[in-house]
Unconditional design. Structure first.
Length: 251
């Protein structure tokens, strides 16, 4: 018996077995949930099918497109009915905006990163709202770079600050309908997305070095916190950003 038995959760952002979204999906399944995965495009679909060994419970959703988001949630409703939660583990910024000087960030680069990494949470929350069951949870992923100037994290830090503010406003908006919105601020983990940041190895190394135990956080640990935040066990937690970083934020 798991604390998510019988629950259906949409997980957005699995690219491969190193993805934080995959850590979340595994933890949700461990607690008895049925996971429905969304993937960005055909290229990502191939990777997810390889990981899962099946095409079942897969729905395309490119968060850059309102049409794609609308189609995805219509498909989810038609094929799987109402859902009990949503995990948003999606971010993107141009590589040149994850290096060098912040003053060089272009207007287009700023808009793109904000659109995919922050606005998308608002867009998918709106699309999911009509099919979310009572006491559902929405969880997104953020990073310490939202509140501190982490070298090279640059544009993504700015986007994550907007994401964290969006979590608070969405939480205030949706909690009267008994939908809870929260974020996990995960420690640095080697994934496809993080490799876009210049000198990302250093970012991961420094992050690990700043944990009191000198051991970095895993996608499984982030996933377990996500399962808790999605579930009614966390009914008192609303609009919060919770560090799951082995204590990096302490120093
Ligand atoms: P990842 O590369 O495994 O996942 C990023 C996902 O974003 C991919 O699945 C990609 O397909 C998806 N994506 C990008 N653009 C998209 C679009 N237009 N439409 C739909 N999907 C799109 O990397 P990850 O590190 O697991 O990233 C997941 C989340 O965790 C991100 O929000 C990231 O910023 C956050 N995060 C990562 C770390 C870290 O150190 N890896 C730390 C804290 C927070």
């Amino acid at each position: 018996m798991g604390f998510l038995d019988g629950k259906k959760i949409v997980v957005m952002g699995v690219a491969n077995k190193k993805s934080i979204a995959w850590g979340c999906a595994k933890a949700l399944m461990d607690q008895g949930a049925q996971v429905i995965y969304t993937y960005q495009n055909e290229r990502m679909k191939k990777l997810v099918v390889k990981l899962l060994g099946t095409e079942a419970f897969l729905v395309e959703c490119d968060v850059a497109s309102d049409e794609s988001i609308a189609t995805a949630f219509t498909t989810i409703k038609e094929e799987y009915g109402n859902i009990d939660g949503l995990v948003h583990a999606i971010a993107y910024a141009n590589k040149e905006d994850l290096a060098g000087s912040v003053v060089d960030i272009s207007r287009d680069g700023f808009s793109l990163a904000q659109d995919i990494s922050a606005y998308s949470l608002i867009a998918v929350s709106k699309a999911a709202q009509p099919i979310l069951n009572d006491n559902a949870g929405i969880v997104t992923l953020t990073y310490l770079g939202a509140e501190r100037a982490v070298p090279n994290y640059n544009m993504m830090g700015i986007a994550k600050a907007a994401l964290e503010a969006s979590v608070r406003y969405l939480a205030a908006d949706l909690s009267p309908q008994n939908i809870r919105v929260n974020a996990i601020s995960a420690g640095a983990i080697k994934t496809l997305a993080v490799s876009g940041v210049k000198d990302y190895q250093k970012l991961i190394e420094v992050s690990k070095d700043r944990t009191p135990s000198k051991v970095g956080v895993t996608i499984e640990e982030v996933g377990n916190a996500c399962a808790f935040l999605i579930s009614p066990l966390s009914s008192g937690i609303i609009g919060e950003v919770i560090f799951v970083d082995k204590g990096v934020h302490l120093s």
